[in-house]
Design a protein around this ligand. Structure first.
Ligand SMILES: [Zn+2]
Ligand SMILES: [Zn+2]
Length: 332
């Protein structure tokens, strides 16, 4: 029987379509992928091509003295910092100047690797770079929100295959984030509890949808997962912004994220995916109602008319089955 489930944090509804539910292994990507070379002469992020990107804002060097991670301003930024923040309200025309900051974190000198295959320490270096760039960008008083994300594969919108993440600072709180903040605040008003802490506690008790549990984090396929293998990775400790993560938690997040991504990589044959850190706004540090997390969306299917018309998703797989499948995948 189909069931319509709601995520109590976001209030989003999803149809869990048991009639057309597929088995977890049916979601393995069938297309043959050309193996990538370790180095590509044309790639702007490969070693030796450093002059193709702007000067770096942050670098980590390896034991050989050469860089192993670099953060550089985006060469074609969507938002730029060298602007005055101005707001316009003229009838139906409302705008503010495109002030912001966009950086690219080149995660490795190796062209054909990915977080799922990297040593845990290298994943930790990437997460530490996220925190460093978050703190630096958030010191600009014009910025309201920091968005950290990663596109993996063509269907996820990655135009350059070399492993990289992106970090944006925006001068507005987008609608999508605002509704989540408002729902979280409403839940806190009504219950005196953080809805994400509640989800964490209940998921750990029930265990059915947990994929990877480490000391400070858990990854789950949420009860109302919007699409097959849609995942959330939550800190167990209540923290409203990503800036609040401590050193031990960074190590633990590296372990959890790498393992979770490796299970996806091996279990579903390296599918395209996006992940994003959903942190509270810069100014909402240490608030009681919001709790940051990472959302992982696999690009296995395309959005169809029903989703566009209703804003409601149809998930043709069962979250509990997806979680069980990934739990059993060996990550070598
Ligand atoms: Zn490259
Ligand atoms: Zn919480």
């Amino acid at each position: 029987m189909p069931e319509i489930r709601q995520n109590i944090a976001t209030k989003e509804w999803v149809i869990i379509s048991t009639e057309r539910a597929k088995r977890p292994e049916d979601f393995k990507t069938s297309k043959q992928k050309e193996p990538l070379p370790e180095f590509s002469e044309k790639c702007p992020f490969c070693p030796g091509n450093e002059e193709k990107t702007p000067y770096e804002t942050y670098v980590v060097n390896g034991p050989n003295g050469k860089w192993k991670l670099r953060s550089v301003p985006n060469k074609f930024p969507a938002l730029i910092s060298d602007l005055t923040l101005e707001r316009k309200n003229e009838g139906i025309k409302r705008s503010i100047s495109g002030v912001g900051n966009c950086e690219v974190i080149v995660e490795s000198p190796i062209h054909n690797t990915t977080m799922a295959l990297m040593p845990e320490n290298d994943v930790r270096d990437i997460l530490l770079a996220y925190k460093n760039r978050y703190l630096c960008m958030s010191s600009d008083p014009r910025m309201k929100l920091i968005v950290i994300f990663r596109n993996h594969g063509l269907n996820a919108g990655a135009s350059i295959e070399h492993p990289h993440s992106q970090i944006f600072a925006t001068p507005v709180i987008p609608f999508h984030i605002r509704t989540r903040l408002e729902e979280a605040m409403r839940y806190h008003d009504e219950t005196g509890e953080c809805v994400f802490c509640k989800i964490t506690k209940d998921e750990l008790n029930e265990k059915k949808r947990v994929v990877v549990e480490t000391g400070s984090f858990l990854s789950i396929v949420p009860y109302a997962a919007l699409s097959p293998f849609h995942m959330w990775l939550l800190p167990k400790r209540h923290m409203s912004t990503f800036a609040e993560i401590n050193d031990n938690e960074l190590n633990d997040l590296a372990r959890n994220l790498k393992t979770t991504l490796a299970k996806i990589y091996y279990g579903l044959d390296n599918p395209d995916f996006n992940f994003a850190v959903r942190t509270g706004p810069i100014a909402d540090k240490e608030v009681e109602h919001y709790h940051w997390y990472i959302t992982i969306t696999l690009r296995l299917l395309r959005t169809a008319g029903f989703e566009i018309g209703s804003g409601m998703y149809i998930n043709s797989s069962i979250p509990e089955e997806n979680a069980k499948y990934l739990r059993e995948i060996k990550t070598r």
